[in-house]
Design a protein around this ligand. Structure first.
Ligand SMILES: *[C@@H]1O[C@H](CO)[C@@H](O)[C@H](O)[C@H]1NC(C)=O
Ligand SMILES: *[C@@H]1O[C@H](CO)[C@@H](O)[C@H](O)[C@H]1NC(C)=O
Ligand SMILES: *[C@@H]1O[C@H](CO)[C@@H](O)[C@H](O)[C@H]1NC(C)=O
Ligand SMILES: *[C@@H]1O[C@H](CO)[C@@H](O)[C@H](O)[C@H]1NC(C)=O
Length: 221
């Protein structure tokens, strides 16, 4: 009797834990279209805008590997959301390939976002809400701090402080890239707790040895 009870109990724990979160926080990453196209191995088919648009919303861990490609139902077209996704989440290299980008982001990252975001509809609706309704548009956040995309050299602190002013003073993660001797701001990540209820300081800053490490000054945006 006790044996069976124990077995059933551990089976339950196993089932529950396998559907429970394997992530500690979310990264909401946006890419600066012009810089993205400057470094893309194949030229962008569409002219890039001077705007940050969504790269993805990624469930992430503070230690170890981030979850990817979790088991999921097949990707379904989400026509109702497409007009908004086309604006905030284009495939910057080729807007005709938007659907492929969304599908890949869903399989690679969205499929692991349960329980906070239990399904595909929830995942995409949440990104739209964060970007538009919650005004987590990085271009907008920078602009609010009077940092416009003018191709000027900025200090790291200037950029960080501008973003912190729009994210409850939490520290973002920034990616820079070197192109023709210049350093460009290419990605900004805003971090959120595992509930997506509040901003947090981004864990795991890029190591100094990373090719994307941002210097303290002369960052072009
Ligand atoms: C984005 O578009 C490019 C160019 O067509 C394509 O090669 C790439 O696979 C697309 N990205 C995704 C994730 O589908
Ligand atoms: C994001 O912010 C920029 C700068 O304020 C603005 O030009 C752009 O239209 C915004 N994007 C969306 C989709 O609202
Ligand atoms: C998630 O949200 C609930 C309710 O707001 C809160 O009690 C809980 O602490 C949050 N968990 C995390 C990890 O932030
Ligand atoms: C920005 O910084 C780079 C690298 O230090 C320098 O070569 C460039 O002249 C600077 N650009 C401007 C507009 O000051």
């Amino acid at each position: 009797m006790i044996y069976i009870f124990t077995m059933v109990f551990s089976l339950n724990v196993l089932i529950l834990s396998s559907s429970a979160a394997r992530y500690d926080y979310f990264q909401f990453t946006q890419q600066y279209q012009q810089a993205f196209c400057n470094s893309n191995p194949t030229p962008c088919k569409d002219p890039p805008d001077k705007l940050f648009t969504v790269h993805g919303l990624w469930p992430s861990t503070k230690v170890g590997r981030d979850p990817e490609y979790c088991k999921t139902k097949r990707y379904r077209k989400i026509q109702r959301l497409e007009p908004q996704l086309e604006i905030i989440w284009p495939n910057v290299s080729d807007r005709k390939a938007n659907r492929g980008f969304w599908r890949k982001q869903w399989y690679k990252h969205g499929s692991c976002a349960s329980p906070a975001l239990p399904n595909q509809k929830h995942y995409f609706e949440t990104v739209i809400r964060m970007f538009l309704a919650e005004k987590q548009n990085v271009s907008r956040i920078l602009s609010m701090a009077t940092i416009e995309p003018e191709g000027k050299n900025r200090t790291l602190l200037e950029i960080q402080n501008a973003i912190r002013a729009g994210t409850n003073n939490m520290i973002p993660k920034l990616k820079c890239q070197k192109v023709n001797g210049m350093t460009e701001l290419v990605e900004v990540t805003l971090c959120h707790d595992s509930n997506l209820t509040q901003f947090i300081n981004c864990p795991r800053p890029l190591p100094q040895a990373s090719p994307y490490f941002c210097p303290i000054d002369d960052i072009q945006y």
